[in-house]
Design a protein around this ligand. Structure first.
Ligand code: NI
Length: 140
């Protein structure tokens, strides 16, 4: 997306604790102003939304998730569901995080719709606590 040089001012009302957290993050990341941090956050939000809406086409994506390895049968189900996408999975890594949790990263290349489908399948399994789907593409 080509961005216009012309800037528009907007007024936004936010809960103060949300703004405090945001300010702490942008300070830590070295932004010169709150406006620049907000512009970047909006760009990231648009990229993610547009990607999620895209129905087809080849993409590269990563699926990261945390799960409770003591959940009965979960390890087997995770393996089984991934085997349905072996044509697209380029690599995966498993880290034993602590006594209870495992962390995995799957890197995929292929149809965007199927990447999203695998992420949704994993997210729906009982014992999966947190999942994040990411991708990179040009144009913004
Ligand atoms: Ni583990």
């Amino acid at each position: 997306m080509e961005e216009s040089k012309e800037l528009t001012r907007i007024g936004v009302s936010l809960p103060s604790n949300l703004l405090d957290k945001f300010d702490a993050i942008i300070r830590g990341r070295g932004y010169s102003s709150r406006s620049e941090g907000i512009r970047d956050a909006i760009r990231a939000y648009i990229v993610e939304y547009e990607w999620m809406e895209r129905e087809s086409g080849d993409e590269i994506g990563t699926i990261t998730y945390l799960y409770d390895h003591s959940q009965r049968g979960l390890g087997d189900r995770l393996t089984e569901v991934q085997h349905h996408y072996i044509d697209m999975i380029k690599t995966s890594t498993h880290i034993h995080l602590d006594e209870e949790n495992c962390f995995e990263v799957i890197v995929m290349k292929g149809d965007a719709k199927r990447i999203k489908e695998l992420a949704e399948n994993i997210m729906s399994l009982k014992g999966v606590k947190h999942l994040k789907l990411t991708t990179t593409h040009g144009g913004i």
